[in-house]
Design a protein around this ligand. Sequence first.
Ligand code: AMP
Length: 173
Amino acid sequence: MNIKDLKALIQDVPDFPKKGIVFKDITPLLADPKGFAAVIEGLIAPFQQMGIQIVAGVESRGFLLAPAMAARLGAGIVPLRKKGKLPRKVHSASYDLEYGTDSIEAHADAFPRNSRVLLVDDVLATGGTAAAATSLIKALGGQLVGSAFLIELAFLNGRKKLAGQNIHSLLTY
Ligand code: AMP
């Protein structure tokens, strides 16, 4: 499947969850067997020879991508969760969303020292979420090798918040 085919399986939903936001609904793309395979292969492609040990997925839609990517890379997964979900000692980082504010948490012992980590989320919008995820991974001793996004909304300049990082986005708008 080429980029055009993949984009055709994403549905734009205007004014969700707030007026003025065009929500990128990736569920039809994930439900398509060829589309899903192309997404996973495309997301891992630049990182295959990079010794990734952990794929860290951002709640919630990063959780739909991280496990399949990790299995292909021979890595484990770490969920970066919304506040209050993890049962043991956590470290947290807060951020602004394209809509609203939130914080994400990981267990304090989630990343072995200098473990090679690949961050994944569905959408890079303003970059706030990814910047928080990045600081969380680094604060907990992980070595951030790169970040992979299914979609980058380039007009929101999220990359600016991730200066110096190895960023890979599959579909750009
Ligand atoms: P940001 O922190 O602004 O980069 O926003 C990224 C996070 O918000 C990701 O976890 C996305 O799931 C979600 N998100 C932001 N904008 C959109 C959008 N237009 N469509 C779908 N999800 C979005």
